[in-house]
Write a protein that binds this ligand. Structure first.
Ligand SMILES: NC(=O)c1ccc[n+]([C@@H]2O[C@H](COP(=O)([O-])OP(=O)(O)OC[C@H]3O[C@@H](n4cnc5c(N)ncnc54)[C@H](O)[C@@H]3O)[C@@H](O)[C@H]2O)c1
Length: 270
């Protein structure tokens, strides 16, 4: 079968294309024959058709990037992110508010059958128990209103800004994915466990090496970046045409163990 994932000749956008999982997505998508537009604050080694320098915490830069990319956009890969070591409000601004603005702004250029995929995180796993405030944030009409909501609700964000940003991505994917289904546009996320990218040392620095040593790894190791890129590429492929508004765990079996009681998270966090 030729072009099984149907990316040949497609125009795709990858945020975070300079490093880690985004770099892996950009490299594989180029190999699959897509025209890849990389978006990042810095340029990286991935072979992209065009690079757009953009700080995803800055509304004006996002608007300029959307204009520069143009259309059509067949698939959007939202891979960029700030880790736990960044300032709290900036984490939510980049990971959720800026990416949501990019996504909503690009929709006008996305034809029926197109797709959007986020890289969320295992850190966003508990989003359904925090639904009230997350849906309030997701319901804010635009970038400025969402940023203001975050400033006004700092007490919800400050204890775990990275986890909050990833919970908010999962809530956005579920809510907006449901709405976009009737327009034939799909929206999903992957929720990775620990993955060996340049971001990994930031997690170890802020959460502690002991936590990651104790963290059960059913597959016996951390993921490699391409082991996260491939499931996202699969989810965004037209081959996943009946999959939308869902958050897929790509954590090497961790969530399965947690949900069925084989992993005791309270012992881990103690
Ligand atoms: N590495 C892990 O263990 C892990 C686990 C779960 C989820 N994640 C998530 O995976 C995604 C990819 O991270 P990674 O591990 O590949 O890390 P990475 O640091 O290798 O890549 C992140 C990329 O995002 C870009 N970026 C950061 N801030 C930006 C901004 N303001 N505007 C534009 N680009 C910006 C960086 O320049 C970098 O290229 C992130 O969303 C991260 O939260 C990572």
């Amino acid at each position: 079968m030729h072009d099984p994932l149907q990316y040949e000749g497609k125009r795709v956008v990858v945020t975070g294309a300079a490093s880690g999982m985004g770099q892996s997505c950009a490299t594989i998508l180029t190999e699959l024959g897509a025209e890849v537009h990389g978006v990042d604050i810095k340029e990286g080694p991935a072979p992209v058709a065009a690079f757009h320098r953009c700080d995803l915490g800055d509304r004006q830069q996002i608007d300029e990037t959307v204009g520069a990319v143009g259309g059509p956009v067949d698939s959007l890969f939202n891979c960029a992110g700030l880790p736990t070591t960044a300032p709290a409000q900036q984490i939510v601004l980049v990971n959720l508010v800026g990416h949501r603005h990019l996504t909503e702004s690009m929709l006008a250029a996305m034809p029926e059958g197109s797709s959007i995929g986020f890289i969320s995180s295992g850190a966003g796993m508990g989003w359904m128990s925090n639904l009230g405030p997350l849906l309030e944030l997701v319901a804010t009409p635009d970038f400025d209103a969402a940023r203001q909501w975050c400033l006004d609700h700092d007490e919800l964000i400050a204890p775990n800004p990275y986890g909050f940003s990833k919970e908010a991505i999962n809530a956005y994917v579920a809510k907006r994915g449901y709405e976009l289904a009737s327009e034939g546009i799909r929206l999903n996320s992957i929720n990775p466990g620990p993955t060996d990218t340049p971001m990994m040392p930031s997690f170890v620095e802020s959460i502690g090496a002991e936590f990651f040593e104790k963290l059960p790894k059913p597959l016996g190791r951390n993921a490699r970046p391409e082991e996260q890129a491939w499931p996202l590429i699969m989810l965004n492929s037209p081959r996943s045409s009946y999959t939308t508004a869902t958050n897929v765990f790509t954590d090497g079996g961790f969530s399965g163990g947690l949900f069925t009681g084989s992993i005791d998270f309270s012992a881990l966090s103690a």
